[in-house]
Design a protein around this ligand. Sequence first.
Ligand SMILES: [Zn+2]
Length: 381
Amino acid sequence: MKYCSRCVQPDTRPGIEFDKRGVCGACLYYEEMDKIDWNSRRKELDEIAKWAKKTTKSVYDCAIGISGGKDSTFQAIFSRDTLGLRPLLVNCEPENITEVGRRNIENLKNLGFDVISMRPNPVIMKKLVKRDFYKYLNPIKITEYPLGASTAIIANALKIPLIIQGENPTFTLGTSNLELRKHGGDAMFNNMKPTVSSGLKEYIDEGIDPKDLFLYGYDREKMIKDGFKGVFLQYYLREWSQVHNAEFSSKYGFRGRPEYFNPSDIGTYSPYFQLDSDLVQLNQMLKYLKFGFGQCTDHACYEVRDGRMTRAQALELVRRYDGKCSIRYIKEFCDYIDITVDEFWKVVDKFVNKDLFKKDKDGKWIPKFEVGVDTADSKKK
Ligand SMILES: [Zn+2]
């Protein structure tokens, strides 16, 4: 394993790129940020907003997918109050929604928005989550499809010309596909979860009725041809950052985790991320066992790049919290997909990266690597 020389990003993240100096793609983007002409980007965004108001055949100018988190709260308020758009918010309800997640969604609605809530058939969803857990050790894989698709489906149906998304993961996670970077603001081009023909094929091949996956995909090519636009706000706004969005949204009633949360329960010190479903906390622990990093790494990386934390402080937090997950979440998940905790660990054992982890005498997986220290045989599985 090899770590970025500036932040604490490891080279085991799928798709990550490092330059010759050992700097990761996300840090390189931060370097680029100082050279960007933000005024002209902001003008570009105003033009797009003007275009949406002129073009729309709906009462709404834009559609925004929301979870109630800090980013979506900022997106909704900014689009309405600064860009002067009339947004329709689309909320795709997660499985096992948390109390704080539910509260934040209600808060956002009460700031004065029309909201469409949708939920894909929970029986089918559960079946697919269980299938992906066994097949990839990734219980959230399938849940990401309706999150992306629901907004596009509604925009398409109601003829709302513009879809506003928040963060472009190509930038902030540091995967440096040049073609994607060139189209950095264009969400249609970049990452909105795609058509039934690609990602969803494996489920259909296994006998899932495509009609049951209606809310999981949309015809992106056709929407592009029909003139729909999707944008990432992050691309246009210098001020976009995790802390900015959390502070901004807090003023509008958004809340993070309660003050008494235990970082070791969720595998990170930050109270502002992934609030709406506990499935994510579990998935971060599984990610850690597959790739050697969890969500504390992601959060600490943001802070190092924003200059709010030193690399040494970040490493300390990562050592302490990465990969931790309360037994409560594990039990909840086992109940949800109807397996025992023993069975859960049997499945996990198969997928653990044995180059990175070994079992201690109690049968617990412990890292062979030291966080922040490069190892010679540094290639991903
Ligand atoms: Zn980096």
